[in-house]
Design a binder for this molecule. Structure first.
Ligand code: FAD
Length: 276
């Protein structure tokens, strides 16, 4: 966690606890061109996890990050690594069905262990700590919803249980407890993953914006970028949040434009032009 003066942090724009606004960039922008098996747009948790697993599978990878690694949504998150997301499982099971809800539950449980494994394998110092996760209510009227969530989560294979006592400094009417979840410093986690990527044909580029994207099969239309002269943003911007939206214009004007092709092999060039 970045240390701040608590009084100062109440003034001006809200700032992430994990991001050091004065921290130096970790990687240089792309200068020239690079050919890789897999090009990943975005150095958030989705991109860096994808890149790390691809490299682990023997592929060469380039991560293109428009700003700095982790400073999108991930660096502004609440730092929990859990299969618990509010009250999601009971509603999912009743809307998309048990089978798909079970798939979502299994994917979430596996993701927690994937993060733990990557921290272990890459020896990342990111204050990873196993803790129970709770979703609680302060209203007796919501107790039945909590009970329904526990029942459904259990049925879907998650180790959830009902907690009469929730370790928070307010009165509660109980909560769903997911044991053995985790919290970490998401910036240090991503910086650790990114630090291990370069080498053996793989690279990370910061302050490098992908502006055009074409697959072997279909062209993907870029999103409009307000206030930007570059041609567009990519799929990664669709993990939209207020943070990401607020940051888009600045990011778009400060990053070099990089058209890219996603194919079996991707060639990334630093200037706009026809994709290869
Ligand atoms: C307030 C808040 C709290 C949250 N807390 C949690 C939590 O505690 N636990 C949890 O599991 N989830 C949490 N989430 C959800 C989670 O943070 C997100 O789902 C996750 O971080 C998204 O990761 P990402 O890699 O897809 O996106 P990002 O982290 O936003 O990464 C995308 C990256 O792509 C870059 N990029 C975009 N366009 C381009 C381009 N054209 N060229 C190059 N780079 C580009 C961006 O600069 C950015 O760095 C939270 C979300 C919010 C909004």
């Amino acid at each position: 966690m970045v240390s701040r003066d608590p009084a100062a942090s109440l003034e001006g724009d809200p700032q992430s606890l994990w991001i050091d606004p004065n921290g130096p960039p970790q990687f240089e922008p792309l200068d020239g061109s690079v050919s890789v098996d897999v090009a990943v747009v975005g150095g958030g948790i989705a991109g860096l996890t994808t890149a790390t697993l691809c490299k682990q599978a023997g592929k060469t990878v380039a991560v293109i990050e428009a700003d700095r690694v982790g400073e999108g949504v991930t660096g502004h998150s609440t730092a929990k690594v859990t299969a618990a997301h509010g009250l999601v499982y009971d509603e999912l099971a009743s809307t998309v069905g048990e089978e798909r809800a079970r798939g979502y539950a299994e994917a979430n449980a596996a993701a927690v262990e994937c993060v733990a494994d990557l921290i272990d394998v890459h020896d990342i110092d990111c204050s990873f700590e196993r803790l129970d996760a709770y979703t609680y209510t302060q209203s007796a009227d919501d107790r039945s919803a909590i009970e329904a969530e526990v029942r459904t989560a259990k049925r879907l294979g998650l180790a959830a249980n009902f907690a009469e006592e929730v370790p928070v400094p307010v009165e509660t009417e109980g909560g769903v407890r997911f044991p053995d979840q985790a919290q970490f410093d998401p910036m240090r986690y991503l910086q650790g993953l990114a630090a291990d990527l370069p080498g053996e044909g793989s690279s990370v580029f910061e302050r490098t914006k992908a502006t055009d994207l074409e697959t072997a099969l279909q062209r993907i239309s870029p999103l409009p970028t307000p206030g930007s002269s570059s041609r567009g943003c990519t799929q990664s911007d669709r993990t939209c949040s207020p943070h990401a939206l607020r940051r888009l214009p600045r990011r778009c004007v400060t990053s070099p434009a990089v058209p890219m092709t996603i194919a079996r092999r991707a060639r990334i060039r630093p200037e706009t032009g026809p994709a290869c």
